[in-house]
Design a protein around this ligand. Structure first.
Ligand SMILES: [Fe+2]
Length: 243
């Protein structure tokens, strides 16, 4: 973070609790490490302690307010899918979290929900630096959202597949895009789970408890350079750090 002079750090923490969900104490650790906002996805409710942590007023800026769940979840779900904040240098920013619908459990239309969130940001803080974590399985849906939002947000970054994609680019309208940032976790695994356990499941179809693997840890990230005034991205860099 320091070596790259990062102003705004967003971490997807949906599986930070040993591969399944996130707890308030882990969220606190990630905030202590410098995260401004924590995004999540379909595993957000795996640890029920997080429900209360995220149940805070919409206009609050406490840490629990800065843990997002996808905005296109059902009305009445704890927490929020968008956060608007301000950096010490005065730059206003917004972070949006959406979940895809293809090959995933049902949720509202992420495209129209993105429109709705952007309208809200325009009315509220007018932030120009806007990042979207789109938590989705299908590349096509994430690519489509990238084009749909090109020129309207600073970055559209995909998560959920755990596999980093090599398609990072700045789209013509000035939106940085990558289909999937990839997992920070053990790469000697099947997307983070002990390989033997997953192989057994595929070979026999028998149920069994999945456990997080440990081998070959790597950290994946994506570094976006942008104009704080216009919100337009000018660079995007895929990062994978080894042990
Ligand atoms: Fe996920």
């Amino acid at each position: 973070m320091e070596s790259n002079d990062v102003d705004l750090l967003i971490i997807n923490g949906e599986n930070a609790a040993g591969g399944f969900g996130i707890t308030p104490s882990i969220a606190e650790d990630l905030f202590d490490l410098g995260a401004h906002v924590i995004t999540t996805g379909n595993h957000i409710w795996d640890k029920k302690e997080i429900f209360e942590y995220m149940t805070v007023p919409a206009d609050s800026h406490v840490r629990g307010r800065r843990v997002l769940r996808p905005a296109n979840y059902a009305v009445g779900t704890p927490g929020f899918g968008v956060y608007e904040g301000e950096l010490p240098n005065g730059t206003k920013y917004a972070v949006m979290n959406l979940q895809g619908r293809v090959f995933m459990s049902s949720c509202d239309d992420p495209f129209r929900k993105a429109d709705e969130l952007l309208e809200g940001i325009k009315r509220n803080t007018g932030a120009k630096v806007i990042l979207l974590d789109v938590h989705g399985e299908a590349s096509s849906e994430k690519v489509a959202l990238g084009w749909y939002l090109d020129g309207r947000v600073t970055a559209v970054l995909g998560t959920h597949t755990h596999i980093p994609t090599a398609d990072e680019r700045v789209l013509p309208g000035g939106t940085a895009y990558q289909t999937d940032v990839g997992m920070s976790g053990p790469y000697d695994s099947v997307i983070g789970v002990e390989t033997e356990l997953v192989l057994k499941r595929f070979l026999t179809g028998m149920p069994g408890k999945f456990e997080a693997a440990k081998g070959n840890p790597k950290m994946c990230a994506t570094l976006i350079g942008c104009d704080g005034g216009t919100g337009r991205a000018h660079s995007v860099q895929r990062i994978m750090l080894g042990e």
